[in-house]
Design a protein around this ligand. Structure first.
Ligand code: AMP
Ligand code: ZN
Length: 469
């Protein structure tokens, strides 16, 4: 049953936060642009998938039945996001001396391992670009027949001049797009218009490509953009509710997806466009072309809990840039550990006061329904842990529910940052210092314990005890 919560989501297409209304009551069809599997996914890519995971889980929490599909780009994505440069897979083959298939299989497996480490669920439908060639050919044939595409220099191009509103998603004309974005459109003499893009490449231009398929236009391979339209329409149908990716996908990738899908279908295709801002490092946007880049497994090797990275992402808004630093992930790891320690200490007793329970649950849902305000949702979690009027039973139930979306393994038993024996020794040492009127030493011991998440409580009856904070 759908709770009476209205999901509000920023829509790149309308540039507004809107009430989310799916095409079909109670059901959501959602598409996530998948990874290009020629290398490891860096933690910037993973941030984007965490955003999609939180969105899917929020919609489910509200009560929607969500069907999500994702592609695996194992062909067609060139070193530039547009129609020039070498195919990324071809570059990887040379780098690693392996076949395209071996490269794709290896990095696809690592990608899903990394997603699992940050508790992202695998979309119900995952499909490789190379498994849907027939579908692209069906679409391209119709686009040519209807006058939206043309053959030139051996390739098939989409004719962007045939559309009234090619730039609907960016709200900008080509010449107004900022430099980095504009650069991804190549000057190609075969094109009728500069913005036209390739639907199908043939061997006439790219002779050394390993993966080639027969097509009505000759032996060749699909362009990058057509795969997402093809896979989405094949598995999710003609009407899509949400389509998303990182902000760099807005142009040209998603702009081109809209152009070809709507020209093919003859009606609006996807209503809500969901884009996640980038993760930055010290030198700007994290990217694979920079050489050394950070992966989830590398973080793990360095001793970080991958969920500390998820927690770090949830503390910021998905539409804000986030700067990665070791300090930040360290702090996130410590805070997450403390939260888990506190949760482990909650005793499962008392009655559930349904009024108070619903109050907190509503506040949690409302935070997420407010364009995925995960930071506010976390602050509801802190309040639940602290509220003395909530029974242990109610707290445990609420936190268990919250973790369906947050996926932070909130009930994981954490070792204390300091063990109990050491705490007791420090308490004794502090007692002695106080007796000797060495108050600065006593204070220093108290502060040291506090920095490790232990607050000392001095009582008349039973001396000094402690609580985990
Ligand atoms: P790719 O594997 O290069 O196709 O990228 C996979 C997804 O990650 C795409 O949706 C990109 O928009 C997104 N992405 C790429 N770089 C970053 C970054 N630094 N931060 C967040 N998302 C990114
Ligand atoms: Zn895509």
């Amino acid at each position: 049953m759908i709770s009476n919560v209205v999901m509000r989501l920023y829509n790149t297409l309308t540039r507004k936060i809107e009430d989310f209304v799916p095409y079909e009551d109670g059901k959501v069809k959602m598409y996530t642009c998948g990874p290009t599997v020629y290398h490891y996914a860096h933690i910037g890519n993973i941030r984007n998938y965490i955003g999609h995971d939180v969105l899917e889980k929020t919609l489910r929490y509200i009560g929607y039945d969500v069907l999500r599909a994702m592609n695996i780009t194992d062909v067609g994505h060139l070193t530039s996001d547009s129609d020039f440069g070498e195919d990324k897979m071809e570059v990887a083959k040379k780098r690693e001396n392996k076949s395209a298939l071996e490269i794709a299989d290896f990095y696809t497996d690592v990608f899903f391992d990394d997603l699992a480490k940050v508790n992202c669920c695998r979309p119900e439908i995952v499909s490789k670009a190379t498994d849907n060639i027939d579908q692209y050919i069906i679409i391209i044939k119709k686009l040519i027949k209807d006058g939206y595409a043309y053959l030139s220099g051996g390739n098939v191009y989409f004719d962007t001049a045939k559309l009234d509103n090619y730039y609907a998603l960016t709200n900008h004309k080509e010449e107004e797009l900022f430099v980095g974005v504009r650069d991804s459109v190549e000057v190609d003499d075969n094109k009728k218009n500069q913005a036209d893009f390739v639907l199908w490449f043939t061997t006439s231009k790219y002779e050394n490509h390993e993966l080639l398929w027969d097509s009505p236009w000759g032996l060749g391979y699909p362009g990058w953009h057509i795969e997402c339209s093809g896979i989405s329409i094949k598995y999710l149908g003609q009407y899509l509710d949400i389509h998303g990716g990182g902000v760099d996908n807005v142009f040209p990738h998603h702009t081109n997806e809209i152009a070809q899908s709507e020209a093919y279908l003859g009606h609006q295709w996807c209503r809500y466009w969901f884009h996640n801002e980038h993760l930055l490092d010290d030198d700007g946007k994290m990217s694979k072309s920079k050489g050394e880049f950070l992966t989830v497994s590398l973080l793990e090797d360095k001793g970080y809990d991958p969920l500390a990275f998820r927690f770090m992402c949830l503390n910021s808004h998905y539409r804000k840039q986030l700067v990665f630093s070791y300090d930040a992930i360290n702090q996130a790891g410590i805070t997450l550990k403390k939260i888990r320690q506190k949760i482990c200490n909650i005793e499962d007793n008392g009655e559930i006061d349904s009024g108070l329970y619903n109050f907190y649950n509503d506040r949690f849902i409302q935070s997420l329904a407010d364009d995925l305000n995960t930071a506010n949702a976390l602050s509801v979690l802190y309040k639940v842990i602290k509220d003395v009027n909530l029974s242990g039973k109610a707290k445990i139930k609420l936190l268990g529910e919250f973790d369906r979306v947050l996926s932070l393994d909130l009930f994981r038993k954490e070792k204390l940052l300091i063990d109990e024996k050491e705490i007791l020794m420090k308490i004794e040492e502090r007692g002695l210092a106080k007796k000797n009127k060495d108050f600065s030493k006593a204070d220093a011991i108290r502060d040291e314990l506090l920095s490790k998440g232990i607050r000392l409580i001095d009582t008349r009856e039973s001396g000094t005890t402690y609580e985990i904070v």
